[in-house]
Design a binder for this molecule. Structure first.
Ligand code: NAD
Length: 295
């Protein structure tokens, strides 16, 4: 069985690493925070004293880190220590420019690489049902298939290096916009005297239907179970939506593409985060939209 180094054992990384370990991979973990290393050891994952030590014998190096600059810092430590022919698998959500830079660094050192950001959150990470959006060569994609299979339910090859991040950023920009639209529609329905159930029954089966209405309804007691039914405990935290909308606007500026709804969604989520939204699920923005004044 192949050996895997797993760098970044946080909310997502630890359950993903556990799934690889349970599948029989020889796994060594590393995290910058001692508490995360201790949590990994508690579930039987061996830890190393540094990135370099963790990756020395690895066939695959999986990273699950907060952002692009940190991924590039870790790659600077990882690449000189990794075996030639090892495959670098960055599952973090990062900006497209950093993702492409990571691919360049890996290629220059003779490593195969993919960017493989995920959707599905901590629930999907624990259940091994994440969706992976993969950017990289066909050869790299085929090599990482077996390990992604142990952590995910759906694996999509989106194109060359950076294409996985591009897909993730576009999807989450649309999600932010659609959630705000969904919340506005439910808030207006309430003001017009319509019950949330009636609004749901119509919108979930009509042309307004979308994931935010049908699967992740922001009104408690309406539709399938969602964070709204659990006091808006994340789920997908407002801060993470803000991060992804920020990445979408960075990418849009670099690509010269106007995304006015994406820009507006970013501004609304920024305001919401600063006014009670921090630490809450992103669907809680309905609370702000219910009380926002119309002018
Ligand atoms: P997290 O903050 O819980 O975990 C990140 C881990 O990286 C932390 O344990 C941190 O100590 C570690 N770390 C930071 N710098 C490091 C370094 N230099 N070397 C080694 N370890 C280092 O974050 P998370 O929720 O696990 O998210 C990880 C990535 O997954 C992010 O890019 C996020 O956007 C993405 N993501 C998260 C979710 C979610 O629901 N949490 C969903 C999809 C994608």
């Amino acid at each position: 069985m192949s050996t895997v180094a797993f760098i970044g054992l946080g909310n997502m990384g630890l359950p993903m690493a556990i799934n690889l370990k349970n599948a029989g991979y020889a796994l060594t973990g590393f995290d910058a925070v001692p508490e995360a290393m201790a949590a990994a050891r508690e579930v039987g994952i061996a830890t190393a004293a540094s990135v370099a030590e963790a990756v020395a014998d690895a066939d695959f190096v999986v990273t699950m880190l907060p952002n692009g600059p940190i991924v590039l810092t870790v790659y600077a430590q990882m690449i000189p220590a990794a075996r030639r022919g090892a495959v670098a698998v960055d599952c973090s959500t990062v900006d497209v420019t950093s993702a492409k830079k990571a691919h360049e660094l890996a290629a220059a050192a003779g490593l195969l690489a993919v960017d493989a950001p995920v959707s599905g959150g901590t629930v999907g990470a624990s259940a091994g049902t994440l969706t992976f959006m993969v950017g990289g060569s066909r050869e790299a994609f085929e090599k990482v298939g077996p390990i992604l299979d142990e952590m995910g339910g759906r694996i999509v090859h989106c194109g060359d290096g950076g294409a996985g991040q591009a897909a993730k950023i576009c999807n989450n920009m649309l999600l932010g916009i659609s959630m705000i639209g969904t919340c506005e529609a439910f808030a207006l329905a309430e003001k017009l005297g319509l019950s949330a159930q009636a609004a749901f029954d119509v919108m979930s089966t009509s042309s307004g239907s979308c994931w935010s209405v049908n699967t992740y309804c922001p009104v408690p007691g309406t539709g399938p179970q969602s964070p709204a039914d659990n006091g808006y405990k994340p789920g997908f935290a407002t801060e993470l939506m803000l991060k992804d909308l920020g990445l979408s606007q960075q990418a849009a500026a670099e690509a010269g593409q106007a995304t006015p709804m994406g820009a507006h969604a970013l501004a609304l989520y920024r305001y919401f985060e600063e006014h009670g939204g921090a630490g809450r699920d992103f669907s809680a923005i309905i609370d702000y939209l219910r009380t926002a004044t119309r002018d």
